[in-house]
Design a protein around this ligand. Structure first.
Ligand SMILES: Nc1ncnc2c1ncn2[C@@H]1O[C@H](COP(=O)(O)OP(=O)(O)O)[C@@H](O)[C@H]1O
Ligand SMILES: [Mg+2]
Length: 366
């Protein structure tokens, strides 16, 4: 639609479309302003724009709002002044195009876009859920595999160990017999007998570890003095003289409900690992302390340490970095410590050393 107004805003001309849209006759409009045709607010807005164009002396484009039949319509209006010979505006011409439909489609588009975004969020959330479920499934599966591995290992180990154990008993008896019969063995024979006994002990320990898997380890709990048990276990470990053993064990520790045989085996496994990691001169510090309702025991060595990538596999049965390792020491220890209601943890830095931390619940009333 097209319209022409004087500088005061009085209509000079409107086209046919204007007449139909706003239900006015061209003739009736003579001398009237927007305030006679439109609601006050809308008319005022038109006037503001008109004045802008008149002041500027050149064309300008506006987005303008009208009401038609109770509905809001949006227009793009290009307005420009008509200038007299001196270059002064004497009238204003406007051409307005209804863009309501376009506006609506834009609005719809924006809305659709918004919904798309919302759906995208939902999709991402759903994907995250699926991923989490998948992770859960994977860990459940690996736990299942682990449990199966344990069970199969246990069965096999039980069979093998039982056989070996009988054999080992025979060998031990034979060695003992020879030792008894030799009245004054020469040094070499005595040393070899010594080696034989040591190897029998080592083999026995390995078998014991394997059997710990095969059996259900139901510990026979008795109130136990841990300081004493630590001492006897360290003595059994045959720690070489170049390794300094530092004991930081307070005199009065709470008693623990423990199976001395089983827990002693745990201590021995840990001490042996420390000795093997130190390889030569070094230090093993054994600390014990009452912490809350538990006893904390730490075996701290300054040995080789454990590589980050191996740390989480330490307690896996059969995991070993040693040529002659069984990889059962820590796995067994974990089973045994947990059978005591305790926990076992490992902290390690390559080149600096390793600390094994045991926590065992204090005996009730002890
Ligand atoms: N104190 C320690 N310092 C360094 N590495 C250790 C220590 N204790 C355990 N490990 C590592 O953990 C692995 C598993 O130990 P373990 O279960 O006792 O089996 P094994 O001693 O037969 O190898 C060892 O091979 C070794 O790499
Ligand atoms: Mg070991």
């Amino acid at each position: 639609m097209i319209y022409l107004k004087d500088v005061e805003g009085r209509y000079l001309f409107v086209n046919r479309q204007f007449e139909t849209l706003f239900h006015v006759k061209r003739a009736e409009l003579s001398g009237k302003t927007d305030f006679d045709v439109f609601p006050k607010k809308i008319a005022a807005a038109f006037r503001v724009n008109d004045e802008k164009v008149l002041a500027k002396g050149g064309p300008h484009e506006f987005e303008e709002i009208t009401e038609q039949g109770g509905k809001t319509h949006t227009y793009i209006s290009v307005k420009f002044p008509l200038l007299n010979a001196e270059g002064k505006p004497y009238a204003l011409c406007g051409i307005s195009t209804d863009i309501t439909e376009r506006k609506h489609s834009e609005e719809r588009l924006r809305h659709a876009n918004f919904e798309l975004k919302a759906n995208e969020k939902k999709l991402i959330a759903a994907l995250a859920e699926v991923a989490a479920a998948h992770e859960g499934l994977k860990s459940a599966q690996s736990q299942l595999i682990r449990a199966e591995k344990f069970a199969a290992l246990g069965k096999l180990a039980g069979m093998v160990s039982h056989e070996f154990r009988n054999q080992l008993g025979v060998i031990r008896n034979a060695a003992f017999f020879i030792k008894m019969k030799l009245v004054a063995p020469d040094e070499k024979v005595a040393r070899h007998l010594q080696i034989l006994e040591e190897e029998i002990d080592e083999t026995d320990r390995i078998i014991e570890n394997i059997l710990s898997f095969a059996r259900k380890n139901k510990p026979e709990l008795r109130k136990t003095d841990i300081a004493k048990l630590l001492d006897s276990s360290l003595a059994k470990a045959g720690i070489p003289p170049e390794i300094e053993v530092v004991r930081e064990i307070p005199a009065r520790l709470p008693l623990i409900d423990a199976d001395e045989l089983l827990l002693g085996r745990v201590f021995l496994n840990i001490a042996l690992n420390a000795v093997q990691a130190i390889k030569g001169p070094g230090r093993l510090t054994v600390r014990a302390a009452a912490v809350e309702r538990a006893l904390e025991i730490r075996f701290e060595d300054n040995g080789s340490g454990i590589e980050e990538k191996d740390l989480r596999r330490m307690f896996d049965p059969l995991f070993s970095t040693k040529t002659h390792g069984t990889g059962l020491g820590l796995a067994t220890s974990k089973v045994l410590v947990e059978a005591h209601g305790g926990t076992i943890e490992l902290e390690s830095r390559v080149g600096l050393g390793t600390t094994v931390i045991l926590r065992l619940p204090a005996a009730a009333g002890g």
